[in-house]
Design a protein around this ligand. Structure first.
Ligand SMILES: Nc1ncnc2c1ncn2[C@@H]1O[C@H](COP(=O)(O)OP(=O)(O)OP(=O)(O)O)[C@@H](O)[C@H]1O
Length: 248
């Protein structure tokens, strides 16, 4: 099967800083991949380049076999790429159902066709099925602002899933969550349909190594190890750079 994502020689410079340096990445359909690395490794820059929020100095990005290097974020979204954000985009004064409903009616008609007469009902139904897929059926009538931090993260993932993406980019999904919330998040990510390929940028080793089948470890903009969670755990360079520190 063709890769979902192919990155070649990707480089992003900011003045004299090479935030991402000659990175190659191949992600297969249905794969769960994590990108790990200490502060300043280049994870966020790589994420933004793949999402289309930023553009590389050199190199190329293909999504679903199509060169998107020079396409903006919206075009990539329409192709089936979706992302979460580190800062919450929830409408805290609205219920879970309404947050999902508004996202559903906002989805581009090309990918999620809602015939005019049934538009409202279809969007409501889509909100309900998405809530179920992120384990929030019993919270549909709760205001987003009244959700726990972990539930808000669940809802954000739901919003990213509403357009039925084929590639979901998760930007540090475990950031700021308690241990119990991280475990729930891990379960949620493990439960997602394999029709969606996952790429997560993550600081939290436990979440990344449990959810991902393959981990790409970055340092100073460069990929230093690419392997299975077992290989990552056993790698001396990872220990030196990452595991040896209190919390990087
Ligand atoms: N807009 C920018 N302008 C200048 N330098 C930048 C910019 N964005 C990132 N950098 C630099 O690029 C390098 C990589 O940063 P990046 O944020 O991608 O790392 P990261 O692995 O995501 O780190 P963190 O875990 O702290 O978010 C750092 O040296 C950072 O200072």
């Amino acid at each position: 099967m063709d890769p979902v994502l192919t990155v070649r020689g990707l480089t992003r410079r900011f003045g004299g800083v090479v935030a991402v340096s000659d990175v190659d990445l191949d992600i297969a359909p249905g794969e769960r991949r994590a990108v790990l690395g200490p502060n300043g490794a280049g994870k966020s820059t790589l994420f933004n380049l793949i999402a289309g929020a930023d553009h590389p100095t050199s190199g190329s990005i293909e999504v679903f076999g199509r060169d998107v290097t020079h396409l903006g974020a919206r075009r990539r979204t329409r192709m089936g790429l979706s992302r979460t954000f580190q800062t919450s985009r929830l409408l805290t004064g609205l219920t879970v159902a309404d947050n999902l409903y508004l996202a559903a009616i906002g989805v581009d008609g090309g990918r999620f066709r809602l015939v005019r007469t049934g538009r409202d009902a279809a969007a409501r139904e889509r909100a309900r099925t998405t809530a179920a897929s992120v384990g929030m059926t019993d919270r549909l009538d709760t205001l987003a602002g009244d959700l726990s931090h972990g539930e808000q993260r669940q809802l954000e993932i739901g919003l990213a899933l509403i357009a039925e993406p084929r590639l979901l980019l998760l930007d540090e999904p475990a950031a700021g969550l308690s241990r119990a919330e991280r475990q729930l998040l891990t379960q949620l990510l493990l439960s997602l349909d394999r029709d969606v390929t996952l790429l997560l940028i993550e600081h939290d080793m436990d979440v990344a190594l449990t959810v991902a089948e393959r981990v790409t470890m970055m340092h100073d903009g460069v990929v230093i190890v690419d392997g299975t969670p077992a290989e990552i755990r056993a790698d001396q360079r990872v220990h030196d750079l990452y595991l040896g520190r209190a919390h990087v």
